[in-house]
Design a protein around this ligand. Structure first.
Ligand code: HEC
Length: 171
């Protein structure tokens, strides 16, 4: 190998090394930029709420069942339409009063619905007295009738309708 050839070899070798070094720096810079973007993207993800990320893409509608939203909506509408509808004394009675007035075993302590003997004297007091005693509560010889049967959420009309229902069963 001549000296001239050596020189050319070293020059090319140096150039190659320089080129490789330049490439390394370039790759390093590019890699740094890319990971920077990655970090930023991660930050953005963190600012999106978990609710947003876990939000269902679609809701499953089962045939014959209504989606929850619709059920709530219907309940609201049912409530609204119940206002003004005639109150059903029987269902008020069955929802509450029956627990005391519909248990034959308690006949000695509570006037039972349908027991004409137990209601005769009470009906003689007059319907307004019975309404008032059912609404405000009443303590008699047998025991205590709680105001509105113990459910203050009942409207006066509902309680009166239940009283009407009880009386109808002995007339
Ligand atoms: C916790 C048990 C209980 C519940 C619930 C109950 N009652 Fe009574 N109720 C009584 C008892 C006990 C008496 C009898 C009190 C007495 O005369 O000693 C009575 C008496 C009555 C009387 C007769 C009052 C009078 O002046 O003689 C009426 C009317 C009446 N209840 C209506 C109702 C209606 C309507 C409901 C439902 C909204 C209801 N009760 C729920 C226990 C209950």
């Amino acid at each position: 190998m001549s000296q001239e050839q050596d020189k050319i070899f070293f020059r090319n070798f140096t150039l190659t090394l320089a080129f490789i070094a330049a490439m390394m720096i370039t790759f390093y810079v590019i890699a740094d930029m890319v990971t920077d973007e990655g970090e930023n993207a991660k930050k953005n993800v963190n600012t999106i709420s978990v609710a947003e990320l876990t939000k269902p893409v679609g809701q499953v509608a089962v045939a014959g069942e209504e989606p929850e939203d619709a059920v709530v909506q219907n309940e609201i509408m049912a409530d609204a339409s119940a206002v003004g509808k005639s109150i059903n004394g029987e269902s008020v009675y069955n929802g509450l009063c029956v627990n005391c007035h519909g248990i034959a075993a308690l006949a000695a302590m509570i006037p039972q619905t349908g027991d004409a003997a137990a209601w005769e004297a009470r009906i003689k007091k007059g319907i307004d007295v019975l309404y008032a005693n059912a609404l405000n509560g009443y303590t008699g010889e047998l025991g205590m009738m709680p105001a509105k049967g113990g459910n203050p959420a009942l409207s006066d009309e509902e309680v009166k309708a239940a009283v009407d229902y009880i009386i109808k069963q002995v007339q």
